[in-house]
Ligand binder design. Structure first.
Ligand SMILES: *Cc1c(COP(=O)(O)O)cnc(C)c1O
Length: 479
């Protein structure tokens, strides 16, 4: 039996507030003698004074000039790019390059002998990661497997955990779930011989609201839970950036006898998680967003230890078989325990390497400390957006206004803020790109901005705001 993961110290994942952020900015303003909180000089001072600023050096941080369509008359190509898109694809840790070169070298010299030799025996490479990945999501090592892609893991888990009956056959999700999750759920319902119209329930926010209220989700489960087989939500909503109350929604599902699973694509490595203590049944995530493992990086899955030996039917392969007798090859399955028994194929070493590179970074800093840093970074971004673009502000920089659709409550968000513009964003986005900004657009009028706690700083945020002001002015003056 392995040790239990540490229990969460507080109910909430975050104790920060916008007042605390303002208090901090005012304190730093007094210390630096820079009175105006929006002064770019203050951003420099904040970045310099930041105890975690060194983590940025563990990454290859791109220069503005290396991005496509950058206009050298608007931004110095030698300056750092304004990369606020780590919610889509995280930057590359320097460690990854080193480990990858070592493993390619090993392959060239050892061929098949590499499976069982060296610091990273390929056949066991995934097992080297499960303890630390477990720390990042608050789980025991035997509750974790790293394998496949995220959507595949949704299929793997629903194949095992969605067992509809005549009376309990529904899957509850949100109406704006990520398309891949939506399709995976639709297909799982059909594969189990049921129809989507009857068995798929998509919860919508109240009219004229952008995000779902926790109380409405819980209320729905309380009223209709008897028909729900599985509640499956995202931990952080990819579009709005809303962080759901994983603990209480899981509890509500359990009170009604539902299984509760989570897609943690945007939550993994973004906010501290306590999957074991929150009693989550199963969960999965991709690792290339805040986990920084590169496009299509290896995904993860969590299965609570209460299912450790239940041998439920699932999708199987030779890697579901216990290591001790896997190579006897007599076709009599001896199912591995816990999450390991949900693996199918042998681990892809070229995808495990970037995970090990990422874990090397996450070993050097506590996720709780990153979370706290993240709150101040997003709080600063929120302050600047509201000051220069908020309806009713007396410092409006342009005629274009912005409302932030991400909840203002820090308990309900991570690194990302989703900005909704009063005009279509096409032209503004193009102007941003010319100025070396990498952010993510969702038509017609939302831009998602994610200062990542690992490698972004206050200067990136202040430079983004300047680029945004300049872009909006350029668009206004051309129309
Ligand atoms: C990023 C993301 C995905 C991507 O799925 P892949 O299988 O990795 O291509 C799926 N679901 C959600 C909620 C995401 O945020």
């Amino acid at each position: 039996m392995s040790e239990e993961p540490p229990q969460p110290e507080t109910e909430a994942t975050c104790v920060c507030t916008q007042d605390k952020v303002l208090e901090f900015l005012n304190k730093m303003s007094a210390e630096s003698g820079i009175a105006d909180l929006t002064d770019p000089g203050l951003a420099e001072f904040l970045s310099e004074s930041d105890a975690l600023k060194v983590i940025r050096d563990k990454f290859h941080y791109p220069k503005a000039g290396s991005f496509p369509d950058v206009d050298a008359s608007l931004v110095d190509p030698e300056s750092d790019g304004i990369y606020l898109c780590g919610n889509s694809l995280g930057l590359m840790p320097k460690a990854t390059e080193r480990i990858m070169t070592e493993q390619l070298d090993k392959w060239s010299k050892l061929g098949v002998f590499g499976h069982l030799s060296g610091d990273i025996p390929w056949a066991h490479a995934d097992e080297l990661a499960v303890t630390e990945v477990g720390h990042l999501v608050g789980a025991k090592p035997e509750e974790i497997a790293v394998c496949n892609g995220l959507t595949i893991n949704i299929h793997v888990l629903l194949s095992a955990f969605y067992k509809p009956t005549e009376t309990r056959h529904k899957i509850l999700l949100e109406s704006k779930a990520f398309p891949s999750d939506h399709y995976a759920i639709e297909s799982q319902i059909r594969l189990k011989g049921r129809n989507v119209e009857e068995s798929m329930v998509c919860l919508e926010p109240r009219e004229s609201e952008e995000t779902l209220r926790t109380e409405d989700i819980i209320d729905y489960i309380e009223k209709h839970g008897d028909e729900i087989a599985v509640v499956f939500f995202s931990g952080i909503q990819y579009y709005t950036g809303q962080l759901f109350d994983i603990k209480n929604i899981t509890e509500a599902g359990h009170r009604k006898g539902c299984l509760v699973g989570w897609d943690l694509a945007h939550a993994y490595c973004n906010v501290p998680l306590h999957l074991h203590w929150w009693d989550v049944d199963f969960a999965c995530w991709c690792s290339y967003k805040y986990g920084c493992t590169g496009a299509g990086g290896i995904a993860g899955l969590f299965v609570h230890e209460r299912f450790k030996n239940d041998k439920r039917d699932r999708m199987l392969g030779w890697w579901s078989h216990k290591m001790s007798s896997r190579f006897v090859m007599n076709n009599e399955l001896d199912l591995d325990e816990g999450a390991a028994g949900y693996r199918i194929s042998n681990p892809p070493i070229h995808l495990i390497v970037p995970l090990l590179g990422s874990l090397e970074v996450y070993r050097s800093v506590r996720l709780d400390d990153l979370r706290s840093r993240s709150c101040y970074l997003t709080g600063y971004l929120e302050y600047l957006v509201n000051t220069f673009f908020g309806v009713g502000s007396d410092k409006l920089a342009t005629k274009i206004t912005i409302s932030i659709i991400t909840p203002s409550d820090f308990h309900q968000r991570g690194c990302q803020l989703s900005l909704k513009f009063s005009v279509p964003i096409d032209l503004i986005y193009k102007e941003l790109v010319k100025r070396g900004v990498a952010v993510d657009k969702r038509y017609p009028n939302v831009i998602r901005v994610a200062p990542v706690h690992l490698y972004n700083n206050y200067v990136d945020i202040r430079r983004f705001i300047q680029a945004l002001i300049d872009s909006c002015l350029a668009v206004e003056n051309n129309v």
